[in-house]
Design a protein around this ligand. Structure first.
Ligand code: N01
Length: 641
């Protein structure tokens, strides 16, 4: 039966929705609606151009009309037929549909990951099923402590709840949401498309924008916490200060501190750290920083009580955060001086601030399988498409602002795409084009607002290095004092100090940070020798620069962690500890691969490299390799006891 909300609309309303359709996804829906795959012909196959509107799939206007016409008829017939669909396409046809929608060929080794992501049968394959009596009874005895109620912590809680495993979440803030709760700076929004940046099992057809703003994302995560009834399992306003492994009891003893200062020790079989990488603000070591007489704050601790209207404001840094708040505050301030040490690469994204039209929402909600294929398409386009372009070629002989001929070609193309925005502003292009290779740092989404902000008469872009901060403002190396009333630090986070806010003692009393000695490493980013039953999400070498969404990474990690607990339950072992040789061999491979990525190139400096110069943040392999490696833990990789 069609539901109330799918009541037939007028032809005109359907036409209006189809005008906004993502045509490649619509063609996939057509196959589901009609059972006819003859549309998947070579002459109708989408072709994508990096700079063109992907919604049209490169189809000529008459082909676009054809698709819309077929869809109009099929949708009407479907609705007239009371919502009945023909039998689902055979697996072979689904395979063809995948190749068709991506306008190429999905390689065989991606098939498992992509089939799971598409979930055409509606099955959430990452959901744990602890149904045997052995597992049920083991689950009832287990207790897992999760640190953090952000995206990864909530996800861990949902999966453990589905497995029937006991858990408790400790959260320092007063609410859930993590980074999406804490970052409230003006203009804050996600840089991955929202229809992809969401849990695979919690799609949202109601995203108001293609790239959601912070309050919308915060509310999405709050909604997920409520829907899964997680709040009773979360202790808010509580900080984990220490986790200590009790070798005799094979348990973790975790000291927590509540907001009133009282402490308590909790006991758990396993600890999951979901504290994130990007939430401890990094204030730069600029001489005289504390002498500034005006207000100063970090972007992630935005001072909404400081009125910027009519003030002279300095922004230090031009990373992803500044890129968002500079255009948002520029119209309000008297003068904005932006201090740039290194410019970011700008990736053309015309729809970055676009609303999702009511037509698009209608299609997502009502046209069978449209939403699934749209997400699939977004996923594929962000998967490993750019990966080869940021791989270094050892035989490359060109300038060190690129790492391969292909990378140099991308550079030239991108400069030409940016150039028109700087016409009539002498010297601006030279200032904002990075001298490091594309992929050296995460690029930012460009829809023109950044350069437009820099070109405002009340905005100045300063590229002269900062020498010091004084009572009155910022002095650059050329001796100029830039007098300001407020300094905003868009200077990023202490990302390579993993688990910085707590002490973790493993076997023999080894402290985690002492073992790491400033160079955090883990096996698959999650497990560490000497620290049995400690699991880290978004741990060392699991950040991504050009491929995928971090939610996807967390979903893979959490499946692996729940699989690890299942392995303990099935073997009867109480603990599992990564074998040192397995951990070390994995890290050798990671380091070797990172060396040959743009972000690992010797001429690139960034927060991806720790103080020892090692890339401790990034996953250097294709996305599919993480998916494959985390399907299930291999008992041979661990000491079980
Ligand atoms: O921080 P950053 P961010 N003097 O480290 C500069 C995520 N994120 O908060 O490159 C002068 O990127 C520094 O210069 P340099 C995302 O993963 C996502 O912007 O070191 N400048 C750089 O320009 C992102 O990658 C979104 O030379 C100094 C800036 O400060 C990560 O968070 C939005 C300096 C720091 O940039 C971090 O982004 C926001 C000094 N002494 C953030 N020290 C989304 O859209 C540092 N800088 C999802």
């Amino acid at each position: 039966m069609l539901s109330e909300t799918t009541k037939p609309q007028s032809d005109a309303q359907i036409d209006e929705a189809l005008a906004d359709a993502h045509l490649p996804s619509l063609m996939m829906s057509l196959v589901h609606l009609t059972g006819d795959a003859s549309l998947l012909s070579d002459d109708m196959k989408p072709a994508y151009d990096f700079f063109a509107d992907g919604r049209l799939g490169g189809l000529t206007p008459d082909k676009q009309d054809r698709v819309r016409g077929l869809a109009r008829a099929a949708i009407k017939a479907y609705r007239a037929g009371d919502g009945k669909l023909p039998p689902p396409p055979a697996p072979k046809t689904v395979r063809r549909m995948m190749d068709f929608i991506v306008g190429g060929e999905v390689p065989e080794r991606y098939m498992g990951m992509m089939m799971e992501e598409l979930a055409v049968d509606g099955v959430d394959q990452k959901r744990p099923h602890w149904e045997s009596p052995t597992l049920k009874s083991a689950a009832a005895k287990l207790k897992v402590l999760i640190i953090g109620a952000g995206m990864s912590g909530l996800l861990s809680a949902i999966r453990l709840q589905q497995a029937g495993v006991g858990f408790e979440v400790i959260e320092k803030n007063a609410d859930v949401g993590g980074t999406w709760l804490e970052n409230t700076y003006p203009g804050c929004r996600v840089d991955n498309p929202s229809h992809l940046y969401s849990y695979s099992f919690e799609p949202n057809h109601e995203w108001p924008m293609h790239f959601s703003t912070q309050p919308v994302l915060r509310d999405y995560f709050k909604g997920c916490a409520d829907k899964h009834n997680l709040r009773p399992h979360i202790r808010f306003n509580t900080q984990v200060v220490e986790a200590r492994f009790d070798e005799a009891a094979k348990l973790w003893r975790v000291k927590i501190r509540k907001s009133d200062g009282t402490e308590e020790t909790l006991v758990a079989n396993a600890v999951i750290s979901a504290v994130g990488q990007l939430n401890q603000p990094r204030l730069p070591d600029i001489p005289g920083r504390d002498s500034f007489a005006g207000e100063a704050f970090h972007s992630a601790r935005w001072r909404h009580d400081v009125d910027l209207k009519g003030k002279r404001v300095a922004c230090i840094g031009t990373g992803a955060s500044a890129f968002q708040f500079v255009p948002a505050i520029a119209p309000d301030v008297e003068k904005l001086t932006v201090f740039q040490r290194t410019p970011p690469w700008l990736g053309p994204t015309p729809d970055y601030h676009f609303k999702v039209t009511s037509g698009e929402r209608w299609l997502l909600e009502h046209v069978p399988y449209y939403e699934k294929w749209y997400r699939f398409w977004l996923f594929w386009m962000l998967t490993d498409g750019l990966y080869e372009g940021v791989k270094a070629d050892p035989n490359y002989k060109g300038p060190d602002n690129a790492v391969s001929d292909f990378n140099a070609g991308m550079r030239a193309m991108l400069i030409e795409a940016i150039r028109p925005q700087t016409e009539g502003a002498p010297g601006l292009l030279e200032k904002i084009i990075p001298n490091y290779p594309i992929g050296g740092k995460r690029s930012v989404r460009d829809n023109g607002v950044w350069i437009a902000a820099l070109r405002r008469p009340n905005v100045e872009l300063v590229t002269e290095p900062i020498k010091e901060i004084t009572e009155k403002g910022i002095v650059t190396a050329d001796g100029v004092l830039h007098e300001v009333d407020v300094i905003i630090y868009g200077t990023g986070f202490t990302a390579s100090d993993f688990l910085k806010t707590l002490k973790v003692y493993g076997k023999g009393g080894t402290e985690l940070h002492e073992q790491w000695d400033g160079d955090a490493r883990a096996y698959l980013g999650m497990t560490i020798p000497n620290f049995p039953n400690l699991f880290v999400i978004y741990g060392p070498n699991t950040n991504i620069v050009v491929n995928g969404s971090i939610i996807f990474f967390s979903e893979c990690s959490v499946r692996y962690i729940v699989g690890a607990l299942q392995m303990l339950a099935e073997t009867g072992a109480k603990t599992m500890e990564a074998k040192k040789d397995v951990h070390d061999a994995f890290n050798v491979k990671v380091d070797e691969a990172n060396r040959w990525m743009a972000w690992g190139a010797p001429q690139v400096t960034s927060w991806y490299k720790n103080a020892k110069g090692r890339v401790s943040q990034n996953w250097p392999f294709p996305l599919v390799d993480y998916w494959t490696a985390t399907l299930k833990p291999n008992p041979d990789d661990f000491v079980l006891s």
